[in-house]
Design a protein. Structure first.
Lengths: 164, 364
């Protein structure tokens, strides 16, 4: 595959799928600037491995994986840590969210601990299986089920308290 | 509620993203940094921590890194800098028969076989290497049907080897179930930060129980891994990191007792006179944390103790900071306290060796 062919196929994919990929990133991190950073990181990596990934038709899954794992890595860095290891249980992101078109459900989603949020999004929004979610997040299937159950329960509780 | 539909309708599309052209330009630049090679090469090299880049696959497993064949789609775009890729040779290569070939001065500190879960005849291996005193991480793939190679800049030292390996495997085999080992509950990153696996919390922390001198350090931990209690001792120094973990109550009733015994076990490897160093054909190897202050290869003064060319007289600083002289051979070291010498110098030690050899008393 020559550069021009790679570019053409890559650009076509980006134009078609970037809106959806940005929404995935935004749902995970809750900030459009960071979402764009995540998507850019993932798409640049996709460009590098394009012949291989494109040949197998895994472009979107590849980018999604990079977005999710880059977000996990980000959350582990001290300056963006969402769950400091020495300071107790999982906590939600402190990043301020822009005021825009979004619902109480989205705010509730952002109020979940990071791993619960990722699990709920992958399992119940993007429709990944338990095994796929476990692989994507590099956690056990049991942990996926646990996060999923707790996340959905927390969403329900948050929404209920909001409407009460 | 239909949660999938509810989530999908719960937020919009956000602001307009940047132009696609800029993305393509970024991609080209990244491609220049990670140069993918296809063809007859039977090798893949993924880099690294430590600030250096190596040239990757040449025409065979013993390729020396000059002029790696570059696929047509990797040509630089306008205005892009040439990457100094061919300036170094890879510290390790993987032959298609599974033979790992190391350059001079390179030793394997840790090996993870087939992290990419490839089917034969394809092979892969993850490596922590000591490359002439500098630790590097590598992922190698051998593929007789046409391998590939990737170069990367060294910017991943802020992660652990397990996480790094997982990431580079995922980048090259996305979506595939891989065979890398489960991440340790707690690990030191390449730049010496303590990180925890998801779901793990620290219940108790004892700083530097091994009493290591900076930049080396150690930590004892009582961890909770999703309800399971774990005891861990970790240590790190510029040559790499290691850890030991145990289940509470298995060998010791309390964490303090376990930590004390485990620290003693670990320290003994660096202070026991026999284990502190060895020499093979005049090449001196010292235990982790031991520093060579001075050495004399094949000292004539040691003729009474064995073949001279198999021995090394050395002045060493041990992990506990003490300085000793040692006569080192293939079976280990015999140490001598500087206090028994005329002066704390290598000359005095060599004279002591000669005297003790001549009078038959020996060093012990």
């Amino acid at each position: 595959m020559r550069t021009t062919e790679r570019d053409a196929a890559f650009v076509e994919f980006v134009r078609a799928r970037r809106p959806h990929l940005r929404r995935i990133a935004y749902a995970i991190c809750g900030d459009w600037h960071r979402a764009d950073d995540l998507v850019q990181t993932a798409l640049v990596k996709l460009y590098v491995t394009w012949p291989r990934v494109h040949r197998d038709g895994r472009e979107e899954a590849y980018v999604r994986t990079i977005i999710v794992r880059a977000n996990i890595d980000e959350s582990r860095r001290p300056w963006r840590r969402e769950r400091p290891g020495l300071e107790g249980p999982d906590r939600a992101s402190r990043q301020p969210l822009p005021v825009e078109e979004r619902s109480a459900l989205f705010d509730a989603l952002q109020g979940l601990p990071a791993m619960q949020r990722r699990t709920v999004l992958l399992r119940h929004w993007l429709g990944l299986s338990v095994a796929e979610t476990a692989h994507e997040l590099a956690i056990s299937e049991g942990t996926v089920k646990s996060h999923s159950s707790r996340g959905l329960a927390a969403l329900q509780a948050l929404l209920t308290s909001d409407t009460a | 509620m239909d949660i999938q539909d509810e989530i999908d309708r719960s937020f919009g599309a956000g602001p307009e993203p940047g132009p696609v052209d800029a993305l393509v330009a970024d991609g080209r630049r990244a491609l220049r940094r990670r140069r993918a090679t296809t063809g007859a090469a039977a090798l893949a090299v993924v880099l690294i921590a430590g600030g250096t880049t190596w040239a990757a696959a040449g025409p065979g497993p013993h390729a020396r890194g000059a002029d790696p064949s570059v696929a047509s789609d990797t040509s630089p775009g306008p205005g892009e800098d040439e990457h100094p890729a061919a300036a170094h040779q890879s510290p390790a290569t993987l032959d298609t028969d599974g033979t790992l070939v190391l350059q001079d001065g390179v030793t394997v500190l840790r090996r993870v076989d087939n992290p990419m879960a490839l089917e034969p005849p394809k092979l892969s291996v993850g490596l922590v290497l000591d490359d002439n005193g500098k630790q590097v991480w590598m992922l190698l793939e051998a593929d007789p049907g046409g391998g590939f190679s990737i170069l990367d800049d060294a910017h991943r030292a802020a992660t652990t080897f397990d996480r790094w390996l997982r990431e580079v495997v995922a980048e090259n085999e996305p979506g595939k179930v891989t065979a890398y080992p489960e991440e340790e509950p707690a690990s030191y990153t390449g730049d010496g930060r303590l990180v925890l696996r998801d779901g793990v919390t620290i219940l108790r922390k004892v700083d530097n129980p091994m009493g290591l001198e900076p930049p080396a350090r150690s930590v004892g931990l009582v961890l909770d891994d999703q309800g399971r209690r774990i005891w861990m001792l970790l240590q790190t120094d510029p040559s790499g990191s290691s850890s030991i973990r145990d289940d509470p109550g298995k060998r010791f009733a309390t964490f303090d007792e376990w930590l004390q015994a485990t620290c003693a076990d670990q320290s003994s490897a660096s202070t026991d006179p026999v284990q502190v160093a060895t020499a093979l054909h005049g090449e001196l190897t010292v235990a982790r944390g031991v520093e060579v202050l001075e050495k004399v290869v094949a000292p004539a003064a040691a003729a009474a103790y064995g073949p001279v060319d198999e021995q090394v007289a050395a002045k060493l600083r041990l992990v506990d900071g003490s300085v000793v002289f040692a006569l080192v051979g293939p079976r280990g070291a015999t140490t001598v306290d500087p206090a028994v010498l005329e002066a704390p110098t290598m000359d005095a030690f060599l004279a002591h060796l000669r005297t003790q050899g001549d009078n038959g008393a020996g060093l012990r």
